[in-house]
Ligand binder design. Structure first.
Ligand SMILES: [Zn+2]
Length: 400
């Protein structure tokens, strides 16, 4: 039993991150963990986080939706958690997967404001509506998890809907996220120095690009480390990024960040740290067709003269997504996202192409990669539960 619980906790670990491009909602870990009514279980349980993440995946109709968790420091030694759970939360803290704070205060709302994320909380935040007008103006920005028949469901504080709604990054957030920041505190897990290691030592597990630094906290307009309260140093422009998504059988299975100058391989089981593994979602036919490494994606700066002036921050230009087929069997391009067969353009092995607006690459019928904002999700499938002990599921794909 203990062994299975650790596997579940490992799966949950893959769904917590402070990457501004990947997190889909903000929550207060202590609140979720202590929400006893959710399952009428122990006073504190880390498994409730998995239940809330599953609920989020159901509402967004996507697999693998990560949450941005703000954690009160006291939780690291909370006696109501099992020793195993405490160890896991400490590991998340050390790896910068969660934000550990001495006094979380309104940091959860600040993150939601800077990143434009929905908030999952039962709190009403009455005193903060002046500072964060979206609390009342945008239905679906704050939802309370409540017990439901098949696990938690959400109820919006305003408007009464069930689906978390993202806003847009605040102007301050856009400005902060254009730069990289460095905390003077040695070994800071959130804003570690440029010496390598630290927060980015284990990219494969953390699943975060180096461009995935969390948003600093703002105090009187000055960026500070939310963990240490220290003023952050400007470490130069943040690399340009683009969020891509993998859609299989009509549902987005995961998103990933493409960072300028760091190509990413996608395939059945690519031999690259940080490569995107599709094997667990494929049926036998698709597995035979799709190579271990099938596609390589790269983000390139657009040619000078196109787009913004040279002194503009790098994020203002979109960059160009280049796809190269590195497979045995080839792929296809769906121009503008068209699913009509005559529109499909073959992409032969070793061929490259820049993705135009809404273009998708198809590795095999029903297996597509494109910009996350261009890939509608949904489909008559239920997202894979993060609580499942072994999250493997062979999809039945449409026939070629
Ligand atoms: Zn720090």
């Amino acid at each position: 039993m203990r062994f299975e619980i650790s596997k579940v906790l490992d799966a949950i670990e893959g769904r917590v991150c402070t990457d501004p491009s990947l997190a889909r909602a903000v929550l207060d870990l202590a609140e979720v963990i202590r929400y006893q009514n959710l399952d009428s279980g122990r006073p504190a349980s880390l498994l409730r986080l998995g239940m809330v993440i599953d609920a989020l995946a159901r509402e967004l109709e996507e697999d693998s939706v990560p949450v941005y968790a703000v954690v009160h420091r006291a939780l690291l030694s909370d006696a109501d958690l099992t020793s195993n759970e405490r160890m896991v939360v400490r590991r998340w803290a050390d790896d910068g997967l969660v934000e550990v704070l001495d006094n979380p205060g309104d940091r959860m709302l600040e993150v939601a404001d800077l990143l434009g994320l929905p908030v999952l909380s039962r709190a009403r935040f009455d005193g903060l509506r002046g500072r964060f007008p979206w609390l009342v103006e945008q239905p679906g920005r704050v939802l309370a998890p409540v017990p439901g028949a098949g696990g938690p469901v959400f109820i919006a504080h305003v408007g009464g809907g069930n689906v978390p709604v993202a806003g847009s990054r605040s102007p301050a957030g856009a400005k902060l996220l254009a730069r990289q920041w460095r905390c003077p505190e040695p070994g800071c897990a959130l804003f570690g120095g440029g010496g390598g290691g630290g927060a980015f030592a284990d990219l494969a597990r953390v699943d975060r690009a180096p461009a995935g630094q969390p948003p600093p906290s703002l105090r009187n307009g000055v960026p500070i480390c939310p963990r240490h309260g220290a003023r952050l140093g400007d470490a130069g422009p943040r690399p340009r990024t683009e969020v891509l998504a993998v859609r299989i059988g009509g549902m987005v299975r995961r998103r990933f960040v493409l960072t300028e100058g760091q190509p990413v391989l996608v395939g059945r089981a690519p031999d690259q740290q940080g490569g995107i593994v599709l094997g667990q979602w494929l049926n036998d036919e698709a597995r035979r067709w799709i190579s271990r490494s099938h596609l390589r994606f790269e983000l390139r700066a657009t040619a000078p003269g196109r787009g913004a002036a040279s002194d503009a921050p790098s994020w203002s230009g979109r960059g160009e997504v280049i796809v190269t087929d590195v497979s045995t069997n080839g792929s296809g391009i769906r121009p503008g996202g068209s699913m009509a067969e005559p529109d499909r353009v073959p992409l032969s092995p070793q061929q490259s192409r820049a993705l135009a607006a809404r273009d998708m690459v198809e590795l095999y019928p029903g297996v597509q990669v494109g910009r996350a904002e261009d890939l509608p999700t949904g489909a008559p499938f239920t997202p894979t539960s993060v609580m499942a002990e072994a999250p493997t599921m062979a999809m039945r794909l449409p026939r070629p």
